[in-house]
Design a protein around this ligand. Structure first.
Ligand code: MD3
Ligand code: FE
Length: 210
C-alpha cells in the first residue's frame, strides 16, 4: 500500500547483487564536523603505495584498527604511524549508524572495528581495486558519502569492464556483503558540481571489520 509514511522510511535499493543503496540516509552536517574533529587528532595524509607512488586521495582513520599503506604493503594497524598513538576513538554515532545501515540491508549485528575516512578533491580518482586486507569477508562494508557527488564504478569479478555506475550523493550510504564483498570497484575522477560550484571536497567514510 502506498501509505502516508512511505517517505519517512529509508529508501533502500539493491543496485547490484548484495549491494544496497540507502539514498540520503546520513546527516552529513553532523558527520562532517566529527570528521574535522577526528582529523585534528590523526591528520589526513597521502599514503605511499607498495610501488612507491603516492595516492592523490588523503585518508585518516578512527576506531581500533586503521588502514595504512607503505613500502611494506597494505594492512591494518592499531597505532597511527604519524602520531605514534592509537587512532582516535570511533564516535559512537558512527558505529551505530554503520550498524543500523547494515541491518536495514539485512546484515545483522555488524560490529565494525575499523573506520577509514577518504578525502577527495576535484581531479582525484580511485582506480579499480578489491578490498581484501580484512581478516574476514563475512561482515559487510558500509560506506557514507559526504560533499561533492561521485560516480562509483562496479567492475564485478574482474578488474576491467564496468558493469554498473552509481551516482553517490551527499548523505548516501551503501552497504555491501555476501557475494559482492570482493568485487572490483572504483571512483571516477571527481568533478565540480554545477549545482553547487563552491563545493570543493568529497569525504567517504567506510566501516569494516578488520
Ligand atoms: C564495494 N572507497 O576506501 S567506498 C575504499 O568512495 C573505497 O572512497 C570508495 O573503495 C570511496 O576502499 C568507495 C565504497 C566501497 C567500499 C568497499 C567495497 C565499495 C565496495 C568493497 C567491496 C565492494
Ligand atoms: Fe575499496
Amino acid at each position: 500500500m502506498n501509505d502516508l509514511f512511505d517517505n519517512l522510511r529509508p529508501q533502500i535499493e539493491e543496485i547490484y547483487p548484495s549491494t544496497f543503496l540507502l539514498s540520503g540516509y546520513a546527516d552529513s552536517f553532523v558527520l562532517l564536523s566529527e570528521v574535522m574533529r577526528l582529523s585534528s587528532i590523526s591528520p589526513f595524509r597521502k599514503m605511499q603505495t607498495p610501488m612507491g607512488h603516492y595516492t592523490g586521495i588523503e585518508l585518516t582513520n578512527c576506531g581500533p584498527f586503521g588502514w595504512v599503506s607503505d613500502s611494506k604493503g597494505y594492512r591494518y594497524e592499531q597505532i597511527d604511524p604519524i602520531t605514534n598513538k592509537p587512532w582516535p576513538e570511533m564516535p559512537p554515532l558512527f558505529h551505530q549508524l554503520a550498524k543500523d545501515a547494515a541491518k536495514l540491508a539485512g546484515f545483522k549485528k555488524f560490529d565494525s572495528n575499523a573506520c577509514l575516512v577518504n578525502h577527495y578533491q576535484i581531479g582525484d580518482k580511485l582506480g579499480s581495486h578489491q578490498d581484501k586486507d580484512e581478516g574476514e569477508f563475512d561482515s559487510p562494508i558500509v560506506s557514507i558519502s559526504i560533499g561533492l557527488p561521485a560516480t562509483f564504478q562496479i567492475f564485478g569479478k574482474t578488474r576491467s569492464g564496468v558493469e554498473k555506475e552509481v551516482e553517490l550523493k551527499d548523505g548516501d550510504v551503501m552497504v555491501w556483503g555476501g557475494d559482492s564483498r570482493l568485487i572490483y570497484h572504483g571512483v571516477k575522477t571527481i568533478k565540480q558540481d554545477k549545482l553547487n560550484p563552491k563545493l570543493s571536497d568529497r569525504y567517504n567514510i567506510t566501516f569494516r571489520k578488520a
